[in-house]
Design a protein around this ligand. Sequence first.
Ligand SMILES: Cc1cc2nc3c(=O)[nH]c(=O)nc-3n(C[C@H](O)[C@H](O)[C@H](O)COP(=O)(O)O)c2cc1C
Length: 367
Amino acid sequence: MNQRTFVTPFAERFELRVPIVQAPMAGGATTPAMVAAVSNAGGLGFLAGAALSPEKIRSEVEAIRALTSRPFGVNLFVLEPAAPDDATVRRALEAIDSVRADLGLAAGQPLERYAPDFRAQLEMLVELRVPVVSFTFGLLSSDDVARFHAHGQYVIGTATHTAEGIAWRDVGADAIAAQGAEAGAHRGTFIGAFEDALVGAMALVPQLVDATGLPVLAAGGIMDGRGIVAALALGAQAAVMGTAFLTCEESAIPQVWKKRVRSMSDTSTTVTRAITGRHARGIRNPLMQRLGEAAEKIAPYPVQNALTQELRQTAARAGNGDYLSLWSGQGAPLGQKRAENLSAKELVAQLDAEWQTVVSRIAALRE
Ligand SMILES: Cc1cc2nc3c(=O)[nH]c(=O)nc-3n(C[C@H](O)[C@H](O)[C@H](O)COP(=O)(O)O)c2cc1C
């Protein structure tokens, strides 16, 4: 990093005026309008591709490219095809059905498909030559990473502890997204127990910098200019911000979810696997509580996720936040001072002014 200007090689490579990456957020937040607005404003916008079919990924990427000529990224979940046995699905449905009944829904049924095909999604990212690709929940093979490189694509792997960072380095990843325990939504953990991998960003980022020697992007709890500069001070080359963008105008999540993020406190969230079968951080609500009571019935991701989807969509249509997955990071209250429904462009402009002010203060201390 250039000591005077705080310009990092990652920021230089992608010509970022502000050293921030807008985190990919599955569930409707990271629309093409948001991704393009962030990239146009001088950050790096990121589309969440995990829940999308390959054809939908194509149309969203085309929509982004119609709005910006700047670099952007697409993120996927590394998943094996799900083939749950009948007993697992039946057990999960027993618990889910009692919650469905609250919303007047009939008993749920096993599904034909529990998630889009990961290999087909990955092929689409190669075909579309998406400039930056990132992955969570698992590890790519070195052959897959080499294929992206052969097409000039930049590969980021998510790590929640150092062994995962080293695994990504060993398959040839270009950079590591360090996901601290503060982060909203799913934990990316893929080596060892999730409980052992709730490492806060303050401890995680410098350890990943030292252990991997790769560019590290810091994620978890970063909401303003202070957080951005803190991430850089820890050795990160950019700050990854999800929750900060979740309530922006371009985010297509239900209004009731935005409202709860804008009124929660630092202790409002917890980590649960009850809603999707994979540990994720969200605001406590009756859905989390009810499904969590029958822990032994929860199916693994993506089965539980797919089985609770209709229920959550019904709640979303009714504006009922009690039965939604209200993913959010612990830093959300830090965003509550900003205007409601701020545009992503305006948020990037505010973050730009804030981090430069912090940098000037530090420079003034040295004089
Ligand atoms: C609503 C929501 C959805 C998310 N979806 C994804 C996703 O699809 N893929 C991914 O790699 N990370 C996802 N994340 C995690 C972010 O990449 C990032 O780690 C996190 O937002 C950083 O912490 P923060 O929320 O405190 O800013 C999501 C986060 C949120 C809040």
